[in-house]
Write a protein that binds this ligand. Structure first.
Ligand code: ADP
Ligand code: MG
Length: 617
């Protein structure tokens, strides 16, 4: 058999970009590359442990699962080897040549958003995974053999400058051996003492033996099983960073043990950075499931509710059968119970924290409210507890102050039975519209919801604390008698005007009625189907064409408004002008309601109105 020549490969463009920054940016915290490589070795070993449970045909089956680190001060090299799953040729290309499977994905995503100059700072906030080796390496070699018997003996080599080669390298044992030829200014990492110091911080969180130049450096330690008094802040933080591959500091930490109704040891962290906001796509659940210190599943989907996927940490329960598999845990009632207990505990904890330190909670909320809103919409069991954690601005808040639903309910007016809200993009778009003025005049608070997803949140929630939630632009709103005085149309004049307007505007208007919630606007538009959103209405329109009452609006007019009163007076004596004004009143109302599909049509009419006005000057 002839030995094929080494093959040369270009790094994917995004990888080149990442490498360029990794290599050329001054960076003070270079030692994190050790953590990255040790965590990769631990991941590969963990995968191996799992593979061994199901596969009989394994290369080097008798090798113990461990990590060996050796330093050579004379040669200026550092070697990190593991007996994990190793890589095939294709896997080398895919895993070390592209960003698709790499911890640097978040970094690459953030890079896209970061302006020039901001790039170097990103390294401290995100992991660059395997590529971090190039902060200290003049050259990196990865020797490997896959756990698969048919795998090749390979060596991957690169100086990080744009390409790498893959060559055959006979004699490899199972796993990966990463040899780093250190740069001139990074020779410190070939010193045993320096490595020992770096490893001391997190090696105990690795559940496989780590040997440094032959000496064991770690005792496998399950931090979550220790009592709180014996754990320092630094240890917690290191654990968070190591166990969840994170670079930020956790905002909140919840560490608890309980015996009833289940034996639980849980150590949970809420991060300070939301990776999904960076356009990273949906993240994997981050709370691992253990049974008596043995990892069952690093990313269990059916443990905590899906929306809690941003939570990191560990749940360990002695009550789980040790031989539970990832597959069977998916539908285990015990696992569900376990997740349920922990989720409720976490929600209670967050509620307490949010009240004790509102500022801190606000910073957290800014980044993570999306998850909470998803929780209200999808987590039926915990809906109310999650809803308590939401924060909104309102007609009574100032600046960026925001209140909770319990706050709102606590200051409802006497006799008020309903929680009112409006969904619109901003405070100004709500306050310049006609809907809240009647509420303001009566001193009734209205919540301002600025995100499109809020529509979904309120329609899932429906009520809070026994109080119905209602949009101020719903046709069901009843806020009692008129709150303002001043000259108004008589009842019969008003009725006649309504009938006339209904006739003139019949293609768009289902009915016209006198409204009680208007103060300074002449009219407002309501959709007859309660809280139908403009989007839903547009869909209906598209399906039914026009002429369907469901898509027509209810027009409420203000009998005290001067335009309305004059319109009533002029409709018989001056029918043409009255028609123009009536149409414009409708379009203004539709515009405020976000229901005007074709604003163009106003142009011709406003010109006519201007001409009429000018001819009177
Ligand atoms: P991440 O660990 O977040 O996936 P990395 O950049 O650290 O990202 O690693 C990229 C990929 O390279 C890993 O997902 C893994 O498939 C592969 N890899 C890295 N180191 C090893 C190793 N020691 N053994 C086997 N595969 C490895
Ligand atoms: Mg990694």
């Amino acid at each position: 058999m002839s030995n094929p020549a080494p093959t040369k490969h270009e790094f994917q463009a995004e990888v080149k970009q990442v490498l360029d920054i990794v290599i050329h940016s001054l960076y003070t915290d270079r030692e994190i590359f050790v953590r990255e490589l040790v965590s990769n070795a631990a991941d590969a070993l963990e995968k191996m442990r799992h593979t061994q449970l199901t596969e009989n045909d394994v290369f080097d089956a008798s090798k113990p699962l461990e990590i060996n680190i050796t330093t050579d001060e004379t040669a200026g090299t550092l070697t990190i080897s593991d007996t994990g799953i190793g890589m095939t040729r294709d896997e080398l290309v895919e895993n070390l040549g592209t960003i698709a499977h790499s911890g640097s994905k978040a970094f690459a995503a953030a890079l896209k958003n970061a302006g020039k100059g901001g790039e170097a700072q990103l390294i401290g906030q995100f992991g660059v995974g395997f590529y971090s080796a190039f902060m200290v390496a003049a050259e990196v070699k990865v020797y490997t053999h896959s756990w698969r018997n048919e795998g090749e003996h390979l060596c991957w080599v690169s100086d990080g400058a744009g390409s790498y080669t893959i060559d055959e390298a006979p004699g490899q044992s199972r796993g990966s051996r990463i040899v780093i030829e250190l740069k001139e200014d990074a020779k410190e990492f070939a010193k045993t003492s320096r490595l020992r110091e770096i490893l001391s911080r997190y090696s105990n969180f690795v559940s496989f033996p780590i040997l440094l130049n032959g000496d064991r450096v770690n005792t496998v330690e399950a931090l979550w099983l220790k009592s709180k008094e014996d754990i320092s802040e630094e240890q917690y933080e290191e654990f968070y960073k190591f166990a969840s591959h994170s670079f930020d500091k956790p905002t909140y930490r919840l560490h608890f043990q309980s015996e009833v109704p289940l034996s639980i040891n849980a150590l949970l962290f809420l991060p300070s950075e939301n990776m999904e906001l960076l356009g990273m796509g949906q993240m994997e659940p981050g709370v691992a499931l253990y049974c008596k210190k043995v990892l069952i599943d690093p990313h269990p989907h059916k443990l905590l509710p899906e929306w809690m996927r941003f939570v990191r940490g560990v749940i360990d329960s002695e009550d789980l059968p040790l031989n539970i598999s990832r597959e069977s845990m998916q539908d285990s009632a015990l696992v569900r119970k376990l997740g349920d207990v922990v989720a409720k505990r976490l929600l209670k904890f967050l509620d307490k924290e949010s009240l004790e330190d509102a500022e801190k909670y606000r910073a957290f909320y800014q980044k993570f409210s999306r998850f909470l809103k998803e929780g209200v919409a999808t987590d039926f069991d915990n809906r109310n507890a999650v809803a308590k954690l939401l924060r909104f601005q309102s007609s009574l808040t100032e600046g960026d102050e925001a209140i909770s639903l319990p706050d709102y309910v606590g200051r409802m007016k006497e006799g008020q039975e309903t929680i009112y809200y409006q969904v619109a993009p901003s405070r100004s778009s709500i306050e310049s519209g006609p809907y809240v003025e009647g509420f303001k005049a009566r001193g009734i608070e209205v919540l301002y919801l600025y995100e499109a997803i809020d529509e979904y949140v309120v329609s899932s929630l429906r009520e809070f604390d026994g109080k119905q939630l209602q949009a101020v632009n719903s046709d069901q709103v009843d806020i009692g008698e008129d709150a303002t005085d001043g000259e108004a149309l008589s009842e019969s004049d008003a009725t006649a005007l309504c009938e006339w307007m209904k006739e003139k505007l019949s293609s768009e208007v289902a009915s016209v009625r006198v409204g009680k919630r208007l103060v300074s606007s002449p009219a407002l538009a309501l959709t007859p189907m309660g809280e139908m959103t403009p989007q839903m209405r547009q869909m209906l329109r598209a399906m039914n064409k026009d002429e369907v009452d469901a898509v027509k609006v209810i027009l409420e007019i203000n009998p005290r408004h001067e335009i309305v009163r004059k319109l009533a007076a002029q409709r018989e004596t001056n029918p043409e002008a009255a028609q123009l004004i009536a149409s414009q009143v409708l379009d203004n109302a539709l515009l405020s309601a976000g229901l005007l599909d074709d604003p163009q049509r106003m142009v011709a009419r406003t010109q006519e109105i201007m001409q009429a006005l000018l001819s009177k000057l």
